[in-house]
Design a protein around this ligand. Structure first.
Ligand code: DGL
Length: 262
C-alpha cells in the first residue's frame, strides 16, 4: 500500500475526462490534478515547447509528493513521454500504451485516430499501433477546433454538431475510432450519432484507468483511503475551467482549486 497521491496533468479541462474515469475505477486514491491553462492549447505547439511544459508539470507534481504521474493529455503523451521517462525515476503513464493494450485484444482492421495537430504530426499513435499489431489500416485526422471548443464548454450546441459532422465525414469505413485527445470524450455522444453504433469509439481515459488499476495492484502501491482528497491546480484561473469541471465532476470531493505560478 502507498498513501501518496496520484499526479495528473493536462493543458486544461481535457484531462478531467481521464480524472473522472480514474476515480470511478480507483475510488480510494488521492489525486493532484494540474491544468496548465496558462499555456493552453498544447496541440499547436512544437515538440520542444511541449517537452519544456511537461517537465514543469512533472516537477510541480513531484513537489506535491505524488507516487506516480499520469499524462492525461494526448499531445504531451505523444511528444514528451519518452523524454520524461529518460529524465525522471517516478513511474509515468500516458494514454497510448493502455489503449494499445486494449486494441490488441480485439479484432481491429480499420482504425481512425482523431487528435490535435501536434499529436497527429508526431505519428505516435500510428507508429505504436503498427509496432504491436499486423494488418491494420490507420486513418489520421487532426481536429484542431475541438479542444478550444471544449474549453469554452461548447460540447453540445449547434456549432459542436456541425463541427463534428464535418470532421467525421471522411471516416466511412472504420471499425474503431480512437479519441486521441483527452478533450474529445466530451463530444462522444455527437460522434456516436454521426458514426453509428457499429464503430467502437475509444475513450482513452477509460483504458488508462483500467491499466492503472492493474499497475497499482501489481506493484502493491494502491491506496485504501475511505475519504479520498482531490486537489486541483491551475496555472491561470481566468478561464472557463471551473464551470466545465463542475459539470464533469459531480461530486463534492474536490478540496480546492488553487492557482499555481509557473
Ligand atoms: N487534452 C490535450 C490532448 O489530449 C490537449 C489539447 C490542447 O491543449 O490543445 O491532446
Amino acid at each position: 500500500m502507498n498513501k501518496q497521491p496520484i499526479g495528473m496533468f493536462d493543458s486544461g479541462v481535457g484531462g478531467l475526462t481521464v480524472f473522472s474515469e480514474v476515480i470511478k475505477c480507483l475510488p480510494n486514491e488521492d489525486i493532484i490534478y494540474l491544468g496548465d491553462t496558462k499555456n493552453f492549447p498544447y496541440g499547436s505547439k512544437s515538440k520542444e515547447a511541449i517537452i519544456e511544459l511537461s517537465k514543469k508539470c512533472v516537477d510541480f507534481l513531484i513537489s506535491k509528493n505524488v507516487k506516480l504521474i499520469i499524462i492525461a493529455c494526448g499531445t504531451a503523451t505523444s511528444q514528451s513521454l519518452e523524454e520524461l521517462r529518460k529524465i525522471y525515476n517516478i513511474p509515468i503513464i500516458g494514454i497510448i500504451e493502455p489503449t494499445i493494450e486494449y486494441l490488441k485484444k480485439k479484432d481491429v482492421k480499420n482504425v481512425g485516430i482523431i487528435a490535435t495537430q501536434g499529436t497527429i504530426k508526431s505519428n505516435s499513435w500510428e507508429n505504436n499501433i503498427k509496432k504491436s499489431m499486423k494488418n491494420v489500416n490507420v486513418y489520421n485526422k487532426a481536429c484542431s477546433l475541438l479542444a478550444p471548443m471544449a474549453e469554452e464548454g461548447w460540447v453540445n450546441n449547434d456549432v459542436a454538431y456541425y463541427t463534428i459532422k464535418e470532421y467525421m465525414k471522411d471516416f466511412n469505413n472504420i471499425d474503431t475510432l480512437i479519441l486521441g485527445c483527452t478533450h474529445y470524450p466530451l463530444f462522444k455522444d455527437l460522434i456516436k450519432e454521426e458514426l453509428g453504433e457499429n464503430v467502437d469509439i475509444v475513450n482513452t481515459g477509460e483504458k488508462l484507468a483500467k491499466y492503472l488499476k492493474k499497475y497499482l495492484t501489481k506493484n502493491n502501491i494502491e491506496n485504501v483511503n475511505k475519504e479520498p482528497k482531490y486537489n486541483l491546480y491551475l496555472t491561470d484561473t481566468e478561464c472557463n475551467f471551473i464551470n466545465v469541471a463542475n459539470k464533469l465532476i459531480q461530486n463534492n470531493k474536490i478540496e480546492k482549486i488553487s492557482k499555481v505560478n509557473f
